[in-house]
Write a protein that binds this ligand. Sequence first.
Ligand code: PNS
Length: 178
Amino acid sequence: MMAESKQRIAVCPGSFDPVTLGHVDIIQRAAAIFDKVIVLVSINPTKEPMFSPEERVEMIKTVTKNLPNVEVETFGGLLADFVKSHGATAIVKGLRAVSDFEYEFQMALANKKLCPEAETIFLVTRSENMYLSSSMVKQIAYFGRDISGFVPAEIKERIAARIEKLSADTNKCEGVEN
Ligand code: PNS
């Protein structure tokens, strides 16, 4: 008799402020392995985000619309509680460099304790995304440089416009004309 197959659900958590090509690569690769991937825009109370959780969800939905098994949600609580309540068995994260490891290792151990039924799985980032981060994208756009090649083309203008506005507002406040 065939064993009853259970849907394998993974959660891809992050701040995604904003989503980068590196994130999209990890989401695509997770979607190829799992039946369902829930991209979770976590609310980190210690960070001041540039985009609201709803804007971040919207941007990720735009860039994953071709992936039918990907859903996008936001949640203000613990990742482990979200994973448990959605019946997920994996937390998928991208690992860029050794510098990511200590923090990710700590998180993985804490999440295993809080939610023993889920495994944290690290996907090694593609070499071209090794250096890429949301904060780097924000800095490049802030100083007026093109962010093509760092973020998906469909949301590039939206990200650049927000950051340029912020940069202009900051300069106005400081009495800088440019
Ligand atoms: O993109 P980031 O900032 O590296 O993502 C970190 C994130 C969102 C995965 C992490 O901050 C998170 O899961 N926050 C939710 C709260 C939580 O579960 N914290 C860990 C307790 S051990």
